[in-house]
Design a protein. Structure first.
Length: 255
């Protein structure tokens, strides 16, 4: 009995002391967020990276109150993307600042494909891409304009990964609209982008991609569906048209 009373007393003291400690502790300048998602098809700028099959994706991000942030994002991919590599890791370092209803975001993204040299020794698939965007919120609607530029480098030039072609640069510009339906957990999105090439990123001539989507959020889960299409024809080694119109579903969890 004495042991039980002591235990209950300790719990009671902890319950009383915890709020005081929480109040005394200063707020952290750092925020850590992350999540995991299952998608029926991983589309990068309209083109399937998984041969129109399921992909597993995950992310973790650390942001500072100053606006600086660092993010690691990863996805499973098909072998044709990076010489038999089966994963893509995006390493991102950026700065984001909001002034009123307008947000500016600049940074650099490094595409890393582990295992890409498994079949072709010396294959250069990795590359970096600086980016910038500006978005503005009008009530429940947010519009965003963005641009990403990959300078000439071995990993982004068509054929240059194996010194079989010249290094190429690539510019991608896009416009996005997103809207949250008031008093509902439903959001709508629209996207249009254009890749100026040719380069490894565009896999041939320049092209335009677009998509329409909707999502439903419940607690920490988000269910999504989108229609994705491009104005080009691109076939994978299996014979699938990986740039053809398709419906992509997703289920994600955030923490």
């Amino acid at each position: 009995m004495r042991k039980s009373i002591l235990g209950l007393s300790a719990l009671a003291l902890a319950a009383v002391a915890t709020p005081a400690l929480a109040e005394d502790a200063p707020a952290s300048d750092f925020t850590v967020t992350g999540g995991a998602t299952v998608v029926t098809d991983y589309r990068f700028r309209g083109i399937s990276q998984t041969d129109k099959r399921v992909a597993l994706q995950g992310t973790i991000s650390v942001s500072h109150s100053s606006g600086l942030y660092a993010t690691v994002w990863g996805s499973s991919i098909d072998e044709y993307v990076a010489a038999a590599g089966d994963a893509e890791l995006d390493l991102i370092l950026g700065y984001k600042k909001t002034f009123g209803a307008t947000t500016f975001d600049v940074g650099v993204l490094y595409y890393y494909y582990p295992g890409a040299e498994g079949i072709i020794p010396g294959y250069k698939s990795d590359f970096f891409e600086p980016y910038a965007s500006v978005s503005h919120t009008f009530g429940p609607i947010t519009g965003k304009l963005s641009a990403a530029y990959a300078p000439k480098q071995a990993g982004s030039g068509l054929g240059s990964q194996i010194n079989a072609g010249p290094k190429k640069d690539n510019l991608y510009v896009a416009g996005d609209l997103s809207a949250a339906i008031p008093n509902t957990p439903i959001s709508l999105t629209a996207h249009v982008g254009h890749s100026f090439g040719p380069s490894y990123l565009t896999i041939g001539d320049e092209y335009t991609d677009w998509s329409l989507g909707a999502s439903y959020t419940w607690n920490h889960l988000t269910f999504g569906v989108s229609y994705v299409d491009t104005d080009k024809d691109l076939f994978s080694p299996s014979g699938r048209n990986i740039s053809k119109a398709g419906v992509v579903g997703s289920v994600g969890v955030a923490f």
